[in-house]
Design a binder for this molecule. Sequence first.
Ligand SMILES: Nc1ncnc2c1ncn2[C@@H]1O[C@H](COP(=O)(O)OP(=O)(O)OP(=O)(O)O)[C@@H](O)[C@H]1O
Ligand SMILES: [Mg+2]
Length: 233
Amino acid sequence: MESQVAIKCSGITKSFHSQEVETVALRGADLQVKTGEFMMLVGPSGCGKTTLISVVAGILHPDQGTCVVEERNYKDMSADQLLDFRASHIGFVFQSFNLIATLSVIENVMIPLIIKGINYQQAFERAEKILKKVGLGDRLHNSPNQLSGGEQQRIAIARALVHNPSILICDEPTSALDHMTGIKILEMMHSINRELKTTFLVVTHDSRIYQFADRIAHMDDGKIIRITNNHEN
Ligand SMILES: Nc1ncnc2c1ncn2[C@@H]1O[C@H](COP(=O)(O)OP(=O)(O)OP(=O)(O)O)[C@@H](O)[C@H]1O
Ligand SMILES: [Mg+2]
């Protein structure tokens, strides 16, 4: 049986214009990720990784090309439909954790649910459950600033998972962490991938974590140039 496709992007191009300078970030990128797969996206700085995952997440609109995610073509959606789609299907972890210092750990994780109109008590219970899953069940009422870098990364992952998305997209989840903490974060992400069957698309520079991927998409100069399969070696 052929496995299902969670993400299919074809011929994606994207340029940025600022002060009459044009920067071409994507030059016809193609990317396909299967449902439940743990895919990593690697390549040199500036090759277009963040731009490509932003297109996949529906945050950035490409100049050309098509992006079909969970069988929905972004081109066929209105801006509101795209927002709703993202809010229910996609979790996104930014490179800088984007945590709100004046809210507690659990309130940070509740944000996506409160935005969706879920009541406080239910949002609290769901946030508590996912924080326990990432090993922060005893830090619910701390401020994020009181936690280590690895713990803050786990809050950001919990917040991206709390609405139970089918796809989790992470931009360099280990770049701010020491090696052992990075490995622990990846072990946690890997077990969530296996347990919840969440599709993962993870950008990294860090070759020491490649072992956690099912497949690796190698990017250079705005394109995917090669896919390697970790299970065929
Ligand atoms: N908002 C923007 N305005 C102008 N140029 C941009 C913008 N965002 C990205 N770029 C440019 O597009 C190219 C690709 O950027 P992108 O952030 O996707 O690279 P990256 O592979 O994620 O790099 P890194 O590994 O350093 O994070 C770069 O040349 C970058 O300077
Ligand atoms: Mg980047």
